[in-house]
Design a protein around this ligand. Structure first.
Ligand code: AHR
Length: 339
């Protein structure tokens, strides 16, 4: 009888222990299968500490920028293995530098930076490096010679985007004499410098294409409109607007309409980004082409951070895949655009 009780007790204990093992296994299985869980393991060794990411964003100057911010917030905000510290610099480099210094003080695990301009990052990025915090550049680059200050640059080939914009013009306007207004992005930004270079190099041997005015519109709709209004007051002999982003093009379209001309017909509109408004303008016959620039970089940034933490070697430039949209192709793509 006594033996029976002892064996009964042992059986109950065994069942309890096995059930507990089963529970902890089913918890850890999906976690280790997901990249975010491997991040928490990489960080803490104990399996539960979040990876803290500081992101120094430029601002909210365009629809494209808003889409990029959303992609970052969604990616890291929806993953319990991460904690995101997000800073909006209102388009000021000094604010971005302050944000990076604060991330360093807070000992974040990684820093993401979309540099508003190319120059002036050496000191602060060296501080991050000295603190052992990896930096990832997103969307815009910094001046050459500083490659040891960041792990990877994730983003587009802006020179190629400028070339693609010029190519549409070459293919569609041929040898016709063409006066061009170039609305440039933020002064000193890699996106502005490279889109200008790509476009201007591509037309330098074509005598019929003449850039008659070129000025910054700071990547905003309001400035794009203001600059275009001023040009149209001086001179209406313009056949093309080449805008370094869609928002400035949208502003220019308004200015052209207010001046009594037809955007898309009297003045062809070429721009870069691929925001929904540009696709709608092409559908409405008010714009001609948008060269895509992918802002949905959150998942790539997350993957790069995880790969880095896992000890993998990353490409110095993780390039985005992009397309060029005009005519029926743009109209067909409009319903599926996510930004
Ligand atoms: O750096 C990318 C550029 O910045 C986008 O073309 C523009 O819309 C944004 O503000």
């Amino acid at each position: 009888m006594k033996n029976k009780w002892v064996w009964g007790l042992i059986a109950v204990m065994l069942v309890t222990v096995l059930a507990a093992c089963g529970k902890s296994e089913s918890k850890s299985e999906p976690a280790s299968a997901s990249p975010s869980a491997s991040a928490s393991t990489a960080n803490s060794g104990s399996g539960n500490k979040k990876l803290v990411i500081g992101f120094a964003q430029i601002g909210a100057e365009s629809g494209w920028r808003d889409a990029e911010t959303k992609s970052i917030k969604d990616t890291f905000g929806n993953d319990p293995a991460f904690e995101l510290k997000f800073s909006d610099a209102q388009q000021k480099q000094e604010n971005q530098i302050k944000a990076i210094r604060s991330f360093i003080t807070q000992k974040v695990d990684a820093i993401g930076l979309a540099p508003v301009v190319e120059t002036g990052w050496e000191s602060v990025l060296k501080e991050a490096k000295d603190a052992g915090i990896p930096v990832f550049l997103l969307d815009r680059g910094i001046s050459k010679g500083n490659e040891d200050l960041y792990v990877s640059f994730i983003g587009s080939d802006f020179i190629k985007e400028g070339q693609n914009a010029a190519q549409w013009m070459i293919d569609n306007l041929g040898d016709a004499p063409t006066n061009i207004v170039q609305l440039e992005g933020t002064v000193g930004a890699s996106a502005a410098n490279d889109r200008k270079k790509g476009f201007e190099d591509a037309i330098k041997d074509k005598a019929n294409f003449k850039i008659v005015y070129s000025q910054t519109g700071d990547f905003t709709r309001a400035k794009g409109k203001e600059v275009m209004e001023a040009y149209l007051k001086k001179d209406k002999n313009i056949q093309v607007v080449y805008a370094h982003n869609d928002d400035m093009a949208m502003g220019a379209i308004q200015a052209i309409e207010e001046a009594g001309l037809k955007p898309g017909t009297d003045i062809k509109i070429i721009s870069i980004d691929g925001i929904k408004d540009a696709f709608q303008a092409i559908k409405d016959g008010k714009s001609n082409v948008t060269v895509e620039c992918n802002p949905l970089l959150g998942p790539q940034l997350k993957q790069a951070i995880l790969d880095y933490k896992a000890g993998k070697t990353l490409d110095k430039w993780i390039k985005s895949n992009e397309d060029v949209f005009f005519g029926q192709k743009a109209i067909d793509a409009l319903p599926n655009r996510s930004y």
